[in-house]
Design a binder for this molecule. Structure first.
Ligand SMILES: [Zn+2]
Length: 136
């Protein structure tokens, strides 16, 4: 282990905990909103309202899916970092080091920038358009 890596790990650890807390909070907000909306759902029988709600629901579902996968990725990254098994910070695909700059922006990145770009180029357009595109 390099001398500076402890400091780096502590910083990334704090970031991951922050991401996890924030993501859990956002997911909680969505669930609370959904419950509030479904409660008033039958109160107004307007078809347009129903359609708008349906569209909203699709967007909300996509958003909560994205949050859930971010939460899973951050939790897994934190587990790796805490376990000290030496897999954190290394690319799942090529085994190379994920740059510190990339990790400082995306602490739960599992691929180096090169491999991530390869994956995104192979991914169908529809997948690339949905959700956030993390290339740091
Ligand atoms: Zn790689």
């Amino acid at each position: 282990m390099r001398v500076c890596s402890e400091e780096r790990d502590a910083r990334l650890h704090a970031m991951l905990v922050m991401v996890i807390n924030e993501t859990q909070r956002q997911l909680g907000d969505i669930k609370r909103n959904l419950r509030a909306t479904s409660g008033e759902r039958r109160a107004v029988g307007d078809v347009t309202d129903d359609i708008i709600r349906e569209v909203d629901l699709t967007a909300v579902t996509a958003q909560s899916d994205a949050l859930a996968s971010r939460l899973a990725a951050a939790t897994e990254a934190l587990r790796r970092l805490e376990s000290g098994d030496g897999t954190y910070g290394f690319c799942d695909d090529c085994g190379g080091t994920i740059s510190e700059m990339r990790l400082s922006i995306l602490p739960f990145a599992t691929r180096c920038i090169g491999c991530q770009e390869n994956v995104e180029q192979r991914a169908p357009l529809s997948r690339r358009q949905t959700g956030a595109r993390y290339t740091a």
